[in-house]
Write a protein that binds this ligand. Structure first.
Ligand SMILES: Cc1cc2nc3c(=O)[nH]c(=O)nc-3n(C[C@H](O)[C@H](O)[C@H](O)COP(=O)(O)O)c2cc1C
Length: 257
């Protein structure tokens, strides 16, 4: 497993949203993270990492954060929200692996202030921001839906799956989502995992989907399984298909890490 993915996998396992920060990202790390954010840009989404005092401040009672002025604006093109979730979560997990606290914010920021600092093309939209800063304290993890609720599988059927599929499902289970709704289901098929968005979740359902897609890839990669995504019915449904079926079938026997 590549170092970066290993770090993100570990970050995904220990992460929880932080809303009270004890300080902003120091200058050197800030510019490194800014470069990192620039490197995630693709034709569907990009991230602008900024430090501005009026975007997050004073918004904590509206579901915002306190104690940092650093944020990543997650921008999508052509309403391709899942890609905003996917690269936004990569950025968030990189921040966690460098020791920072984070929180996705769909509403808890001042959009009018943000728009002073971000230039958007006509087909672009800011779908969320991610607050980043020094964590004030360790926050307890919030409850998540059970594996059987997310997959429809009985415990013994889940335990009979290849380890990469078990870990992919469980890493997805831990993904952040707006209001912790986890608005998707996992259909675990022979050598594949299909994820289906099952609610618009106040307009964040596709962002949540992209976040969970990255978590699925990280859980699979932990066991040496890499693959790509196929979209069947528009953006709301995607199937992770491993590149090498031989590796996938062997994983169960070898218990590879
Ligand atoms: C797209 C998205 C939007 C979110 N918007 C907000 C928000 O506006 N305010 C907030 O406090 N938390 C927000 N969150 C954080 C969720 O509440 C949090 O991820 C969820 O409760 C699960 O908790 P966890 O991240 O600690 O696992 C958002 C999360 C996502 C993925």
């Amino acid at each position: 497993m590549a170092n970066e993915m290993q770090n993100w996998y570990e970050a995904a396992k220990k992460r929880s949203s932080i809303r009270i920060f004890s300080g902003k990202v120091p200058k050197d790390d800030f510019f490194e993270l800014k470069d990192f954010a620039d490197g995630l840009r693709n034709d569907k989404a990009r991230i602008e990492f900024r430090a501005k005092n009026d975007v997050l401040s004073g918004f904590s009672i509206f579901g915002g954060v306190d104690g940092t002025n650093c944020f990543a604006a997650v921008i999508v093109r052509d309403k391709c929200r899942y890609m905003g979730g996917y690269i936004g979560e990569a950025f968030l997990l990189e921040c966690i692996s460098r020791g920072y606290g984070t929180c996705w914010l769909g509403t808890g920021f001042k959009r009018s202030a943000l728009m002073k600092y971000i230039d958007l093309d006509a087909d672009e939209k800011v779908v969320a921001v991610i607050a980043v800063g020094k964590p004030d304290d360790i926050h307890a993890a919030v409850g998540k839906k059970s594996i059987d609720r997310l997959t429809g599988l009985e415990r013994q059927d889940y335990l009979a799956l290849p380890r990469w599929q078990q870990d992919a499902a469980n890493t997805a289970r831990l993904a952040p989502s707006a209001r912790n709704r986890q608005p998707w289901e996992l259909d675990i098929q022979n050598s594949k995992i299909r994820i289906i968005s099952n609610a618009t979740n106040f307009g964040f359902g596709d962002v949540d989907l992209g976040i969970a897609m990255l978590h699925i890839e990280l859980g699979a990669a932990k066991h040496g399984v890499y693959g790509d995504w196929e979209f069947e019915n528009g953006n709301g449904e995607a199937t992770f298909i491993p590149f090498s079926s031989a590796r996938v079938l062997n994983d169960k026997e070898s218990g590879a890490e």
